[in-house]
Structures are given as structure tokens and as C-alpha cells.
Design a protein around this ligand. Structure first.
Ligand SMILES: [Ca+2]
Ligand SMILES: [Ca+2]
Ligand SMILES: [Ca+2]
Length: 206
């Protein structure tokens, strides 16, 4: 019995590690290119020892340890901009974690790689409107997963551009970029389902 519990705990940890996802990016933006990562799982994830790289695919290139522990549903930002400038540009509250000054930059056709503390690839997104004709070009408009099912599949054709006032919560930055850094909103239908199940729970509790 004890052994079973231990194994269950182990597999739970592994699942939690796999739940950090790339949820938004813009390779070129007036207020600085950025990548958003979100904990889409149910448990906190420590990003100490985690790293990012572009299409050179090397673990350890850009250290993400400063993100610390990321709570379920929390989104964090890696940007080339100075952290304070990026916050100001997008009106981000202090509780949104931002790592600024990234110099491993994204080009029009490039790749985002997220590695855990063991240098294992956790998520990858290969993109480029020239490489993948018909896919989005995230210049001044960020890209978002068209459905939550797109996350973690490395299929850029499933991603859609931000538009001001869209269901992803997109807004304009101070220099006119459009995106939703710092928040990840799953598709509206899943939000509706969440509130329905929340309502059902509240009713049951009564
Ligand atoms: Ca690059
Ligand atoms: Ca760039
Ligand atoms: Ca976002």
C-alpha cells in the first residue's frame, strides 16, 4: 500500500512537470518580442533550473530559474525588453513575473524550446510564416493557441493571431502591439464549462 502511494506521488510529479506550456509569443514587437509560459496543470511547478533556447535547441542557454514556483494557471513572461519597460508597456501588475533582457532572440522563422531542470524538453514550438506557409506571422500581433488542445503539440497551424478585445483578453501595448502577455485564457467554451461546474459545486455545498 505504501509503495503504491509512493509510485502514485512520483507519477503525479512527472505529470505536473509536463504541464508547463508555451501559451503565447511574438517574434517581433515594438515593445519587445516576448514568450509566455503557463502552468496549465493542477500543481505548482518550480522553474528553478529550467531554461529556454531558440532553434539551436540547447538546454541551459537562457536560465529561467528567476521565475521560481509557478502556480496552476499562472503565466510568466520572457522578453527582450527591460523588465520595467515591458511591465509599463502592457500595464502588467507586479505579481506577473517577467524576465527581461533576453538576447537569445526570435526571428521570423524560429523555434521556442522549454527545458526542465534535467535538460528534458518540456515544450517546443517551431514557427515561421515562410517555413510553414499559411501559418501566422507574429509581428506586432502575438500568437495564441486556437484551442487548448493545440498546446504542447508543436503545430503552429493551430495558432491564431491576437486581436484587440478577443477571447484571449488581448489589448494594445503602449506602442501599439496587440497581445495578452501575463494571462492565459482557455477558449471561452471551456471557461463556460468551468463556471457551470463551479456553480454545480456551489449548489451541492448548500
Ligand atoms: Ca533565434
Ligand atoms: Ca525578434
Ligand atoms: Ca497570454
Amino acid at each position: 500500500m505504501r509503495r503504491f502511494c509512493f509510485l502514485a506521488a512520483m507519477s503525479f510529479t512527472a505529470a505536473a512537470f509536463a504541464d508547463m506550456r508555451i501559451t503565447e509569443w511574438a517574434y517581433s514587437a515594438s515593445n519587445g518580442e516576448f514568450i509566455e509560459f503557463t502552468n496549465v496543470g493542477a500543481s505548482p511547478i518550480s522553474l528553478v533550473g529550467w531554461s529556454y533556447d531558440d532553434d539551436s535547441r540547447l538546454a541551459g542557454v537562457v536560465d529561467l530559474s528567476a521565475f521560481g514556483t509557478v502556480e496552476p494557471g499562472e503565466s510568466v513572461i520572457l522578453t527582450e525588453a527591460v523588465e520595467a519597460d515591458f511591465r509599463l508597456a502592457w500595464g502588467l501588475p507586479s505579481l506577473v513575473k517577467v524576465i527581461g533582457g533576453n538576447t537569445t532572440n526570435l526571428g521570423r522563422n524560429d523555434e521556442i524550446n522549454l527545458f526542465d531542470a534535467g535538460s528534458t524538453l518540456v515544450d517546443r514550438l517551431t514557427f515561421g510564416d515562410q517555413t510553414f506557409v499559411g501559418s501566422i506571422r507574429t509581428q506586432n500581433f502575438s500568437g495564441n493557441p486556437g484551442t487548448p488542445g493545440v498546446l504542447g503539440t508543436n503545430n503552429v497551424f493551430g495558432w491564431v493571431l491576437s486581436a484587440s478585445g478577443d477571447s484571449f483578453g488581448s489589448v494594445f501595448s503602449s506602442f501599439g502591439d496587440v497581445g495578452n502577455p501575463g494571462v492565459y485564457v482557455p477558449e471561452p467554451s471551456s471557461l463556460a464549462l468551468l463556471s457551470i461546474s463551479g456553480l454545480a459545486l456551489a449548489r451541492r455545498r448548500r
